[in-house]
Design a protein around this ligand. Sequence first.
Ligand code: G3P
Ligand code: MG
Length: 253
Amino acid sequence: MKHPTISLPRLIAHRGLSRQAPENSLSAVRAAHQAGIAWVELDVQLLGDGTPVIWHDLGVSRCSDGRGSLRRYDWPQACTLDTGSWFGDHFSGERMASLEAMLALLVELDMGVNLELKVNKGRDPIALVDSVLPRAMQALSPQRLILSSFNQGALAHARDHADTSRLALGALFGSLPGDWHVQCQAVDAFSVHVHWPRLKRPQAKAISEAGYPLICYTVNDPSAFAPRWGWGVTSAISDDPTLFKNFPPHHLS
Ligand code: G3P
Ligand code: MG
């Protein structure tokens, strides 16, 4: 199957540059850009009123001054949350990023994004895809977007509602299952994303030989990870890619 031609960077900032700014915030994406990082990974979910927002958790308590489930908030209520002070005083007054605002920033900065469709427990993958897919595809060029998910239903729905020659889909796995290739073929995946400590060398080889970019998450120990570059890993997603700053090529040619 034909996929978009994407020049993937070796290093992708996880939830933005989340070691230096509140995760999944506009500030974290600006910080990544300032550090010279070309791509970020971000999580997207829906609020109770259906507004797509850049957020990881099921609830709001860890990363804001609010409490309870994200779904209890509509957009006006979400805008009242301080989503920066938990990280540091400097970020006091940071607000939750809507998908719309984040896409506008990514376009402004000419950055690429691995947007993870975060289907938390009890959430509807179809509604999430229906909301995110048209917005992301409208805002970003196919060369600047990978839509990934652990949820096969979300990926299958995206495949059914987009031309996968113009949309890169990423299949996310914790441990690589035995039928990973069948699952990837079923959703016409562009890339395979794996939790790096669980990746075995023969698996990496099989993924590369099947022609998929191999993206490892979340790599915060560059030296422990280092041998995996020789296994054919394409990119590493890290909370702080600047830890790797002596690692040579920024982009694959
Ligand atoms: O996309 C890779 C990684 O972000 C998946 O795990 O929980 O950090 O979203 P999580
Ligand atoms: Mg994620």
